[in-house]
Design a protein around this ligand. Structure first.
Ligand code: GRF
Length: 205
């Protein structure tokens, strides 16, 4: 057996996706190791989750740097040092520059709580709710320099029914994220993902 597939998760907040991915590596659903958490908010709950699990944390304060590219260069060095195979953004609330995007092109993914290209940016669940759509969902996409603009790897639909509230919709979206993200990451770990421009294909096992 070769060495385990090595993942870095970037997160800024609660970290439920981080936790789901971690649990999936423990259950065996995801044959990979979360080697590093990168976080721009030292007080975020995700940091506590990582510490509990013994996952190494790289914490930084963006305000301490003149430019985004400056702290990204330091992050890139941390990723290189650990020979990271895949960067997984999970509620990381910052845009990335080419300093990180270019070296990890095709190896960096994000999860977004809508069916892109509908409702990009912040508060996507609230945007969909206010708009009154009947179907929304979750998208996993490759990361490029834009805001939620990279090629789509997978999507899952979530219906908005008459008895939903914003809170029940949020719960349904998060449950869907919890199923989809570990599955998509495992496709990468098994080298089943092929990218040609915006067309992403998943090879059968
Ligand atoms: C998720 O809804 C994800 O889709 C979005 O940010 C949220 C992060 O939640 N990008 P959590 O920190 O994983 O709980």
């Amino acid at each position: 057996m070769g060495a385990k597939y090595r993942i870095a998760v970037f997160a800024s907040g609660n970290g439920s996706n981080f936790q789901n991915l971690l649990d999936a590596t423990r259950s065996g659903e995801l044959d990979a190791e979360i080697v590093l958490l990168v976080c721009d908010k030292p007080k975020a709950f995700v940091v506590e989750r990582a510490r509990q699990a013994g996952v190494e944390c790289y914490l930084f304060d963006p305000k301490a740097y003149a430019r985004r590219g400056d702290y990204e260069a330091e992050i890139a060095a941390e990723l290189d040092k650990r020979q990271i195979d895949l960067v997984v953004l999970a509620g990381y609330m910052r845009l990335l520059t080419s300093v990180l995007v270019e070296p990890y092109a095709g190896r960096m993914i994000n999860i977004h709580p809508s069916l892109l290209p509908a409702f990009p940016g912040k508060n996507a669940i609230g945007q969909a709710w206010e708009y009154g759509v009947k179907v929304t969902g979750v998208t996993v996409h490759l990361v490029d320099g834009g805001m939620d603009t990279g090629a789509v790897v997978a999507q899952a639909a979530v219906e908005i029914t008459a008895d939903d509230t914003l809170e029940t919709l949020e719960a349904k979206i998060h449950a869907t994220e919890g199923r989809l993200y570990p599955q998509v990451v495992s496709w990468f770990a098994k080298n089943r993902v092929r990218v040609e421009g915006r067309k992403v294909t998943i090879l059968s096992e």
